[in-house]
Design a protein around this ligand. Structure first.
Ligand SMILES: *Cc1c(COP(=O)(O)O)cnc(C)c1O
Length: 403
């Protein structure tokens, strides 16, 4: 152990509960929440020193806030990164990172199976500023290689992917990025640092939608980016000026969420694996997509780079007359009683959605087919309800298919 406490002294679950605890003179055991827009000074000279940056400290909560800072330090420790910048949402984290680090003429290579709104940022906004994106299949390293140009500055992926649970090889892609003078950015929303540490595998930056598992109970919107100090400084500069800062109240909720992250993720993974195996044996389920199943083409890679397989699975359904279409999928979804019909995930409550008409509803048919978003595909984000009750609810859904 080093003289000064260092994240490397502790394991992930301990860091998630205790790292960067915020202590004031009152010594509250739970992290205090600083609901204040601005901060005051003892003198005009001190105000001047703070504003000039000569004296470190808080000025205004668009720049820094102690509760937000505690969340940033804890997440940085969990991801094994130097620093973290918290943001108002996962999309604010993604877009601010791009706007802070890229300039016109730069090029991005991204897996096509990223969060839908990330594609909107590529198509509608980055393009407008002269930044081009090439989309490739997450699991095909040759496509990534072929897409690289001299102007490529960023390789971006999300693994495992939503909703099909495809897995990208972070180590191989980090090497490819670095061989070509580019950065590897990984959206680690689905695994969280409890299951996957992209920086240890070579990634430069890790992105989070804190809205999902970091909160864990579907209460707040937030995001973060973690990485080396020089890159986070750039993102911080952008956030200070552009203003997509995280609210201190939300930071406090996320700190509370982090305290149970390890426990929740273990329970999420256990429920999901059992449900995936059970679904594989049920009538009306033509296919189960989940990297935790031996039948998954990248099961070995997932087992190598993740310490758990996550809590999102997808199924392809077929009714008793052999129809594998949208009607069958909708009947299945409407047949459930307990599951929430919603596109959100990362919640203790299980959710069910039809990607083809919700999360991927605006994707054109060609791109949908390429991405494997078939009409009979259903995504389930498995929560922490009793597994027998989840099976009972999905049995009702299977009955709705005519079985
Ligand atoms: C939800 C999500 C986002 C966007 O996060 P918001 O907090 O909704 O802005 C980004 N990436 C992934 C993988 C997500 O699931």
């Amino acid at each position: 152990m080093s003289d000064k406490p260092d994240p490397s002294d502790y394991n992930t679950d301990t860091l998630a509960i205790r790292w960067a605890q915020l202590r004031t003179d009152e010594m509250s055991h739970s992290d205090p929440i600083f609901l204040t827009s601005s901060f005051v000074y003892n003198s005009a000279a001190e105000a001047a020193a703070r504003f000039s940056g000569e004296q470190p400290g808080n000025v205004y909560s668009r720049f820094t806030n102690p509760t937000v800072r505690a969340f940033e330090q804890r997440l940085a420790a969990l991801e094994g990164g130097e620093q973290c910048q918290a943001l108002a949402s996962g999309m604010a984290a993604i877009s601010s990172t791009f706007f802070a680090l890229l300039t016109p003429g730069d090029h991005i290579v991204s897996s096509r199976s990223v969060f839908g709104t990330t594609n909107v940022i590529y198509d509608r906004y980055l393009k407008k500023f002269g930044i081009d994106t090439t989309l490739v299949d997450l699991d095909d390293l040759d496509q990534w290689k072929a897409a690289i140009r001299p102007q490529t500055r960023v390789l971006f992926l999300e693994t495992p992917s939503n909703p099909l649970s495809e897995v990208g090889d972070i180590e191989a892609l980090a090497k490819l990025a670095h061989d070509n003078g580019a950065l590897l950015i990984v959206d680690n929303c689905f695994c969280t640092p409890a299951l996957q540490k992209p920086i240890a595998l070579g990634a430069d930056l890790v992105i989070h939608s804190a809205t999902k598992y970091l909160d864990g109970q579907g209460r707040c919107i937030g995001g973060a980016v973690v990485g080396p100090a020089d890159l986070i400084k750039e993102v911080h500069g952008f956030v200070r000026s552009a203003g997509p800062s995280m609210s201190p109240f939300n930071a406090w909720v996320f700190l509370k969420g982090l305290e149970t992250l390890g426990l929740r993720m273990k329970a999420h993974c256990a429920n999901t694996l059992e449900l995936a195996r059970w679904l594989e044996r049920q009538p009306g389920i033509a296919k189960v997509h989940y990297a935790g199943l031996e039948s998954h083409p990248q099961h070995a890679l997932a087992a190598r780079q993740q310490s758990g397989f996550g809590a999102v699975l997808a199924i392809e359904v077929v009714d008793s007359d052999g129809n594998a279409d949208r009607q069958a999928a909708w009947r299945f979804i409407d047949g459930t009683r307990l599951l929430s019909i919603t596109a959100n995930l990362g919640d203790v409550k299980s959710t069910i959605t039809h990607p083809g008409s919700t999360t991927h509803g605006r994707v054109n048919p060609e791109e949908k087919e390429r991405a494997g978003i078939t009409e009979n595909l259903i995504r389930i984000a498995v929560g922490l309800e009793d597994i027998d009750d989840l099976k009972q609810d999905l049995t009702l859904a299977i009955k709705a298919l005519g079985f």
